[in-house]
Design a protein around this ligand. Structure first.
Ligand SMILES: [Fe+2]
Length: 205
């Protein structure tokens, strides 16, 4: 019976074979520009998902202040998406290949669960603020890192434009914190005597 013998591979060849070079499927290493492009597409998907979720959240609020905050942020969110479209044009990014941002999908699913499970009340408003602030923090982290990448890569104009969006996300987060103070007091009054006991002060390590 004939036997076939193969030459032992050198470590470099073994590594190349592992990464797919031997089959011609080797991918180019990703660059910082790729990272920026992926981050921009991710936040664009997030903003587009939010434009659908915010009207539902505004409708579900009892507090007029909170309803106004969500409605105003919807207008801002539409502007944020437009700014990203400008950036795609400027940087030559094809926005037809955008994957759904899974993180935003999950955060919106949490908000929808609140709308299903809580009756309309200050407690539901408190829960919606928490859900909305999780969304804002995701956006703040995303735009913060995008602005840093723009800075490093020398995209000064893009960094400035998206820096405006970052400021607006931070302002929305602060506004929600302010609204929460009043709503949480109301929610707390509503919940008084419903089984909760005050914690005793004790030293914790
Ligand atoms: Fe936004």
């Amino acid at each position: 019976m004939a036997t076939t013998q193969t030459k032992p591979k050198t470590p470099a060849k073994q590594a190349a074979a592992k990464s797919g070079a031997a089959t011609g499927s080797q991918k180019e290493p990703k660059t910082l520009h790729d990272l920026l492009e992926e981050a921009l597409k991710d936040i664009y998907s997030a903003e587009m998902q939010l434009t659908e979720a915010l009207p539902l959240m505004a409708k579900a609020c009892e507090s007029e202040d909170l309803q106004d905050a969500f409605t105003n942020h919807l207008q801002q969110t539409k502007r944020h998406a437009e700014r990203l479209e400008k950036v795609f044009n400027r940087l030559g990014i094809d926005k037809s290949e955008i994957e759904t941002c899974k993180a935003m999908q999950g955060l919106i699913a949490e908000a929808k669960k609140i709308m299903e499970e809580f009756e309309e009340s200050p407690v539901r408003d408190s829960a919606l603020i928490i859900a909305a602030q999780k969304v804002e923090h995701y956006e703040i982290a995303s735009y913060g890192s995008i602005c840093e990448l723009c800075d490093v890569l020398g995209h000064r104009k893009t960094g400035e434009l998206l820096g405006r969006t970052l400021d607006e996300e931070e302002e929305t987060d602060e506004l929600l914190t302010d609204i929460a103070q009043e709503i949480n007091d109301e929610a707390c009054d509503m919940s008084e005597g419903q089984g909760e006991e005050e914690e005793e002060d004790e030293d914790e390590t």
